[in-house]
Every structure is written in structure tokens, then in C-alpha cells.
Design a protein around this ligand. Structure first.
Ligand code: PLP
Length: 382
């Protein structure tokens, strides 16, 4: 094999997808409750999405950011309408890490400061500043080590206040719900505190919405639960339903200047077509409402299965924590019941990150499978 092997692989080749179902090269069907890591937001090969991409590439797929690209304007107008963030401006790029890298840079351009507050359990990507703000030394190379990052415990208001008192903070970056960290929820009071301290000290509140965003929790941004606006929202994953597109959604308080940020591929014609198709589908199919209602029902039914330690999350971003054997349970769900789910840094927490138009029947299929597995593991707790 001539690949640089950085991924532990399942011996499965996925060949085809439709909605929440995928098929491998042997014709075996799987239920996809993982969405390739929260990426498939409107379902595999959604007909409207396919039609939008095909008709765009027949005209033109790419031209650089040196010309006007009408899809960028259409996407930003649709984002403003659906997110309710008035007069925010869009900078388009290609991945979640790049979105966070640009947001952290823009904050520092804005207030001229260097220190960044990030949180224990965070994941913000693998580019140099994003990975420095990620709480995982194993993925930081020596060159990424950065004395400007201050890691604090999530939801610890006192530690947050103290950090602001002792350092000149440029920005605070926080996931609305930590994904890789195992579905850990940032409390609304904590997000409000970040807002008020950033206002008081002239720092920038960056809401990493790469995984928890884009309608997944039933609100457009998971951070919206706090009822306060961030200064920037970073977005990727579900934004293009698999087409690489990401963005920074920037409050009007920031002033742009030519050359400040940039990218070759970001915001190209095809990427914008994918982004627009996703937002159109959100509205046409009421996907945020489905995420909210189905999520509530599903979390409730999962939490009644005996032997589970905790069910956390909101909408269709759900973490199931087991007392033990999380990895074995997840493998059994995949190999015996043919259902894809996600792992997390917390080995006993399994993540559910399905497409937002998942049906109740598919949700129930998972619940029944998990119930059977738990009964087998703990026969006395039936
Ligand atoms: N931020 C969060 C919260 C993420 O979960 C991820 C990826 O898992 C990233 C940023 C990085 O995104 P990407 O892999 O597109 O660079």
C-alpha cells in the first residue's frame, strides 16, 4: 500500500449512499448514524443537492477569488436569514481547522493581542494555531507548541475570570458542545460569562460551530442556547454535505482590509452551490425542527436502556457514555447490527451524528440494537 497510514481503517469499502443508508462493495447495507463525522447533514446523494452540483459544474466549477462569485453572496444572504445574525460577514475557506485558524488570526489583528483561552477537552483542528488550541498533546508537533494558549476547565467561571484578570486576552474559543471530547456541553451561563468578560476586556468570543453547528442541535448554532451572540462563528462539516466548504461568520464590528485573509479554493463556485443546496434543504424539509424533536425523543428512549452511564447532547448530537467496554459495544453495533456510529476521545462514549433528516424508524432501529446488546452484557439488569 502506498498511502501514508495515519488512519486506522475498517475493512469496509463504502460504494453508494442514499439518505441515511450506505452500501459497501459487497452490497451489504448499513445505517449511517455517523455521517462521516457529522458531515452528512441532509443525507447521502440528496437529489436536490446532486442536481444543484451537477448543474453548477456543467457551467463552471472553479474560478479564483479575484473575480465576483455570485454564489458567495447568495450563500451569505441565506446564512444571515437562517442564523438570524444581522449584518454578519462571510469569509469562506475549506476546512474546520482553517476556519478556526482564520478566526483566531482575525481576533489578534483586531485587538493586537496574543493570548487565547481554550478549554480542556477541546478540539479545534490540526493547523498550527488550531492544533495549539486543541487539548491533545499527541497531535501537537514541537513546532506547534505555543505559549499563548491558556487551557481552562470547561464551565469554570472563576478560572475564566482569573485568566482575564491576569492576562491580556485576545480571544476565547469554545465549542457549543465538545464533539471529539465526548459530547460535553458548554453551559449557557458559561457562554454568557464569556460574552460579558470579552465585552469588558475587549476580547473576542469565537464560537467553534464546526461540529455542533449548522442546525444539528435544533438551533442553527449550538451556542445560541445562551441567548447572546459570539463575535465569530466557525463552520465546516455539515455546511456542504460532504463537499469541502467552511467559513467564518464575522460580526460587523470587524473591519476587513484587502489581503488580511485569503485562500485559493475557498468559496469557489461548486463549494457555494453545495452550501446553498444544504441551506435550501434545511428550510424545504424543516430539518432543524426534525433534529430538535427527534433528538429529544431519541435521547429519552436511549436513556431508558439499563446499564448506560449517561446520555448527553442536544438535537442530533448525542453522546452515550457506558460504564465500560465502549469500544467493544461500538464494534458490535457496526459488525452485528450494521450501524455506523462515532467514537470519541473518551473511550466509553459513543457519538451519534446522523443526517438531520433521519427518520424515527432508523432511530428506533439503533435503540433496539443497543438494548439487545446491553441485555446480553448485563442479563440481570433486564
Ligand atoms: N472544530 C471542531 C469542533 C471539530 O470537531 C473539528 C473536526 O473534527 C475541527 C474543528 C476541524 O475540522 P477539519 O477536520 O475540517 O479541519
Amino acid at each position: 500500500m502506498s498511502l501514508f497510514e495515519v488512519y486506522p481503517l475498517y475493512d469496509i469499502e463504502i460504494e453508494k449512499g442514499e439518505g441515511s443508508l450506505i452500501w459497501d462493495s459487497k452490497g451489504q447495507e448499513y445505517l449511517d448514524l455517523y455521517g462521516g463525522h457529522a458531515v452528512i447533514s441532509i443525507g447521502h446523494s440528496h437529489p436536490y443537492y446532486v442536481q444543484k452540483l451537477v448543474s453548477q459544474i456543467r457551467k463552471i466549477g472553479f474560478y479564483s477569488n479575484s473575480i465576483r462569485i455570485p454564489g458567495q453572496i447568495e450563500l451569505s444572504e441565506k446564512l444571515e436569514a437562517i442564523s438570524g445574525k444581522k449584518d454578519f460577514k462571510l469569509f469562506l475557506c475549506n476546512s474546520g481547522a482553517e476556519a478556526n485558524e482564520n478566526a483566531l488570526k482575525l481576533a489578534s489583528f483586531h485587538n493586537g493581542r496574543k493570548k487565547i483561552i481554550a478549554f480542556k477537552g477541546s478540539f479545534h483542528g490540526r493547523t498550527s494555531l488550531a492544533v495549539a488550541a486543541t487539548d491533545n498533546p499527541k497531535i501537537q508537533a514541537p513546532v506547534n507548541e505555543n505559549e499563548n494558549i491558556i487551557f481552562l476547565p470547561l464551565n469554570d467561571q472563576e478560572a475564566l475570570e482569573n485568566a482575564f484578570k491576569t492576562h491580556s486576552i485576545s480571544s476565547v474559543i469554545i465549542e457549543g458542545i465538545q464533539g471529539v471530547g465526548g459530547i460535553q456541553i458548554s453551559k449557557p451561563e458559561f457562554l454568557k460569562k464569556i460574552r460579558s468578560l470579552c465585552d469588558h476586556y475587549g476580547a473576542v468570543y469565537i464560537a467553534d460551530s464546526v461540529q455542533c453547528g449548522y442546525g444539528r442541535t435544533g438551533q442553527f448554532f449550538a451556542h445560541d442556547i445562551a441567548g447572546v451572540d459570539a463575535d465569530m462563528y466557525t463552520m465546516a462539516k455539515g455546511m456542504g454535505n460532504g463537499f469541502p466548504i467552511a467559513g467564518v461568520w464575522i460580526s460587523p464590528k470587524f473591519e476587513a482590509r484587502y489581503g488580511m485573509l485569503g485562500t485559493t479554493f475557498g468559496g469557489n463556485h461548486l463549494a457555494c452551490a453545495a452550501g446553498i443546496a444544504v441551506l435550501d434543504t434545511f428550510l424545504q424539509e424543516n430539518l432543524m425542527e426534525n433534529a430538535q424533536e427527534l433528538g429529544k425523543y431519541w435521547m429519552n428512549s436511549i436513556s431508558h436502556i439499563p446499564g448506560i452511564k449517561e446520555v448527553r447532547g442536544r438535537g442530533l448530537m448525542i453522546g452515550i457514555e457506558f460504564h465500560e467496554k465502549g469500544a467493544e459495544i461500538r464494534n458490535q453495533i457496526l459488525h452485528q447490527y450494521k450501524i455506523f456510529t462515532g467514537s470519541s476521545d473518551n473511550k466509553n462514549t459513543v457519538r451519534l451524528l446522523p443526517a438531520l433528516n433521519l427518520s424515527k424508524d432508523y432511530a428506533d432501529r439503533f435503540t433496539h440494537a443497543l438494548k439487545a446488546i446491553m441485555e446480553e452484557l448485563n442479563p440481570l439488569k433486564k
